[in-house]
Design a protein around this ligand. Structure first.
Ligand code: HAM
Length: 449
C-alpha cells in the first residue's frame, strides 16, 4: 500500500474492534477467568506478542496448518525472523525455562489472557486476531491434574452462564505408542488415498493424524473406520487415560470420547480435549481446547517437565453467551451529574469532580457545554439520580445545589460536606460507592448499574 493512498477506514481482514457496548461481555469473561485462576492457584503471566519465529515452528510443528499457512512471520529491520504469536503456550514455556521456574513448587500454574494471530479464512467465530484465556500447569504428570484442568475449563465456561457444554476427549499417546499407531494409521490411509481430499493426500506424508479431523465429508467417512489411537496406547498411557476417566466420572462432567480428536498442534501427548457448546443449531465451533504436552519443555531445551493446559477463545465465548442470553457484566454507571454555569463555577468544577472521584463517587459531566439546559439534558439522558449544580453564587459561597432528579427537590449543601452527603444518599439508595480510597477493594463496581 502506498503512503498517498486514502486511509482505509477498517482494520485488516479478519480483525475487529471491540467497542464499548461489547465490553460488558469481555469484562465478564475476564472477571470469571481471573477469579477461577486465583481460586485454582494460577498466577498471571504475560508474554510478548512477538517471538522468534522458530519458537513456534519447532513447538507447534512444521507440518501443522498454523505454522505452514497461518503464521504472520516477517523479518525485522535488524534481520531477525519473528512471528506474531499464533497461540500462548509456546511463549509461556519459553518464559518458564528462561526464568528458571522449574525451581518453584510444583505444579507451577500460569494464567494468561491476550490476543493471538492466525492467517485463517475469516468467518463467524473465526478471526485473524482472536483473544485467548489460557491456563497451563507445569511439573505434574498425575492424571488428577488432567481432570482438574478439564474441570477448570468447564468451570470458566459454565460460570459465564453457558450451561450446556460437552467435553470431547481423546488420548493420542506418548511418542512411543504414537510411532506404532502412526504407522498403522498411515497404512490404512494409504489404502484409502483415492477417497481423500487433496489437502489430506498431502497431510498423509506430513501429519497423518490430522486427516482424522478433516471436515470434508469424504475424509470423515474414511476417518470413521480408521484405527483409533486409544486402542493402541502403551501400558502407561492406557493407565493414565483410564484414571483420568475415573476422575472425570467423579466430577460428573459431561464428556464423550472422540477418537478423531487430534488437535491442530503437534506438541500434545496423551490427553487431548475440547469444549463444545451443547446447543445444536447453527455452525458449531469449539469454545476451547487443550491437552498434555509432556515433552515440549524438553524439546525447547528445558529439563524434563510434564505439562498440561488449555485455551478458550474469548470471541467464541462472547458469541455463545449472546446465543444463550447469558448475562454480561453490569458496568458501573454514574448516578451523579455535575453541572456548572458561569466562569468561576467552571473553574472550580474540575477540582470538585476530582474530590468526588477520590471519594469513590462516579460522576458524569459535560464541562464544555455552557448552558444549564443542555447539561441537564445530558443528565437526563444518562438517567442519573442526582444532579449537582454549581452556579456563580454557589461558587462564591462554596456551596452546591443538590437536585433529586426524580422529585425535582433541591437543597443547598456546603462543598466540604458534599462527598459525605452524597455517599449517604447513595447508600440509602443501595448504590455501592465503588472504592473507598482503596484500590484493592474487592468490589470495584456497583452491582446496581
Ligand atoms: P487452539 O485449539 O488452537 O489451542 O485454540 C484454543 C481456542 O481458541 C479454540 O478452541 C477456539 O475457541 C479459539 N480459536 C482458535 N482459533 C481461532 C480463530 N481463528 N478465531 C477465533 N477463535 C479461535 C491452542 O491455541 C492451545 N495453545 C491451547 C493450549 C493451551 N493447549 C495447552 N495449553
Amino acid at each position: 500500500m502506498k503512503a498517498d493512498e486514502p486511509i482505509l477506514l477498517q482494520p485488516p481482514r479478519g480483525m475487529k474492534d471491540i467497542l464499548p457496548e461489547e465490553q460488558p461481555y469481555w469484562e465478564q469473561i475476564r472477571r470469571v477467568a481471573e477469579r477461577l485462576a486465583r481460586d485454582y492457584g494460577f498466577l498471571r503471566i504475560d508474554v510478548p506478542l512477538l517471538e522468534y519465529a522458530n519458537l513456534f515452528t519447532r513447538s507447534i510443528g512444521e507440518g501443522t496448518d498454523i505454522v505452514e499457512k497461518e503464521m504472520y512471520s516477517f523479518a525485522t529491520r535488524g534481520g531477525d525472523k519473528v512471528a506474531l504469536r499464533p497461540e500462548l503456550t509456546a511463549g509461556i514455556c519459553r518464559a518458564y525455562i528462561q526464568h528458571g521456574m522449574n525451581v518453584l513448587p510444583k505444579p507451577v500454574k500460569l494464567f494468561s489472557l491476550g490476543p493471538v494471530y492466525r492467517y485463517e479464512r475469516p468467518q463467524e467465530g473465526r478471526y485473524r486476531e482472536h483473544y485467548q484465556v489460557n491456563f497451563d500447569a507445569f511439573g505434574e504428570q498425575d492424571p488428577i491434574l488432567d481432570a482438574q484442568i478439564i474441570q477448570v475449563a468447564c468451570r470458566v465456561v459454565q460460570n459465564l452462564g453457558i450451561k450446556s457444554i460437552q467435553v470431547q476427549l481423546n488420548s493420542i499417546g506418548c511418542s512411543e505408542c504414537r510411532k506404532e499407531y502412526r504407522e498403522l494409521l498411515t497404512n490404512y490411509l494409504e489404502s484409502k488415498k483415492n477417497k481423500l481430499c487433496e489437502n489430506c493426500k498431502r497431510r498423509l506424508e506430513s501429519n497423518p493424524l490430522r486427516v482424522l479431523d478433516c471436515k470434508e465429508d469424504k475424509c470423515s467417512q474414511v476417518a470413521a473406520l480408521a484405527p483409533q489411537s486409544i486402542d493402541h496406547l502403551c501400558v502407561e498411557c492406557r493407565i493414565h487415560f483410564k484414571s483420568l476417566l475415573e476422575y472425570l466420572d467423579e466430577l460428573d462432567l459431561p464428556y464423550t470420547i472422540n477418537p478423531n480428536l487430534v488437535r491442530g498442534l503437534d506438541y500434545y501427548t496423551k490427553t487431548v480435549f475440547e469444549i463444545w457448546s451443547g446447543q445444536d443449531e447453527g455452525k458449531k465451533h469449539s469454545l476451547g481446547g487443550g491437552g498434555r504436552y509432556d515433552k515440549l519443555i524438553t524439546t525447547m531445551g528445558g529439563e524434563d517437565t510434564p505439562a498440561i493446559g488449555f485455551g478458550l477463545g474469548v470471541e467464541r465465548l462472547v458469541l455463545e453467551m449472546k446465543k444463550v442470553q447469558a448475562k454480561p457484566y453490569r458496568m458501573l454507571r454514574p448516578k451523579i451529574f455535575l453541572a456548572q454555569i458561569g466562569d468561576l463555577a467552571k473553574k472550580k468544577s474540575l477540582k470538585l469532580f476530582a474530590e468526588l472521584e477520590k471519594n469513590g463517587i462516579l460522576t458524569a459531566e459535560s464541562f464544555g457545554r455552557g448552558s444549564l439546559k443542555s447539561q441537564l439534558r445530558s443528565a437526563d439522558r444518562l438517567k442519573v439520580e442526582i444532579t449537582l449544580i454549581l452556579g456563580q453564587k454557589e461558587a462564591l459561597d462554596n456551596t452546591v445545589i443538590v437536585k433529586n432528579m426524580a422529585t425535582g427537590v433541591q437543597e443547598i449543601v456546603r462543598m466540604d460536606k458534599l462527598a459525605e452527603i452524597i455517599k449517604k444518599k447513595l447508600k440509602a439508595d443501595n448504590v455501592i460507592v465503588y472504592h473507598e480510597n482503596n484500590p484493592h477493594s474487592a468490589e470495584h463496581g456497583s452491582r446496581n448499574g
